[in-house]
Ligand binder design. Structure first.
Ligand code: DQA
Length: 149
C-alpha cells in the first residue's frame, strides 16, 4: 500500500533560487521538489507538493492531507515563529509532520530560535540546505520502518 507524503512550503519559499542564496542556497523550489521526487523514486510513495504565502491556505493544505496523506514534510517559513493556528492545525490532523528549514535557524536572529510548531511535530531538521528535505523524508520513511540503506 503506497504511502502519501505532502511536501508543503510556506511563505517566500516560492522565491528560492533568487532569495538570499547565501542563506538559502541556489536551488529553486521546483528543483527541490524534483530532488525529493527523485529520492523517493525507489519507494512506493505518492508525493504531492504545495506552496502558499498565506497562513489560511497552508492550514487548508494540512486539513486536506488528512484525507490522503500518511505524513507531511513542512517548511513553514516565518510562520514557524508566529503561528498558533498552524500549530493547532498540525495537532488536529494527527499525521506525523516533520518541520524543515534550509538554514540553521538556531544560528540566526533570536526570534528564529523559537518554533511554535516543532513541539507538535514528530521532529525538526534545520541547517542542511536543500538536503534538509531529503533528511526529513528519510525521517518519515524510517518512522514507517521503510527506509533502506
Ligand atoms: C526558513 C527559516 C525561517 O526563519 C525563515 O523565515 C524562512 C525560511 C528556512 O527554511 O531556513 O522563510 O524556514
Amino acid at each position: 500500500m503506497a504511502k502519501g507524503i505532502l511536501l508543503l512550503h510556506g511563505p517566500n519559499l516560492n522565491l528560492l533560487g533568487t532569495r538570499q542564496p547565501e542563506v538559502y542556497g541556489g536551488m529553486t523550489l521546483a528543483e527541490i521538489n524534483s530532488a525529493v521526487e527523485q529520492h523517493l523514486a525507489a519507494y512506493d510513495v505518492q508525493l504531492r507538493t504545495a506552496q502558499s504565502n498565506h497562513e489560511g491556505a497552508l492550514i487548508e493544505f494540512l486539513h486536506e492531507a488528512r484525507g490522503w496523506a500518511d505524513g507531511v514534510v513542512f517548511n513553514p517559513g516565518a510562520y514557524t515563529h508566529t503561528s498558533v493556528a498552524l500549530r493547532d492545525a498540525i495537532t488536529a490532523i494527527e499525521l506525523p509532520v516533520i518541520e524543515v528549514h534550509l538554514s540553521n535557524v538556531h544560528g540566526r536572529e533570536a526570534f528564529r530560535h523559537t518554533s511554535l510548531l516543532a513541539g507538535v511535530c514528530l521532529g525538526a531538521i534545520a541547517g542542511f540546505g536543500w538536503h534538509s528535505y531529503i533528511l526529513a523524508v528519510d525521517a518519515l520513511l524510517r518512522h514507517w520502518d521503510l527506509l533502506r540503506d
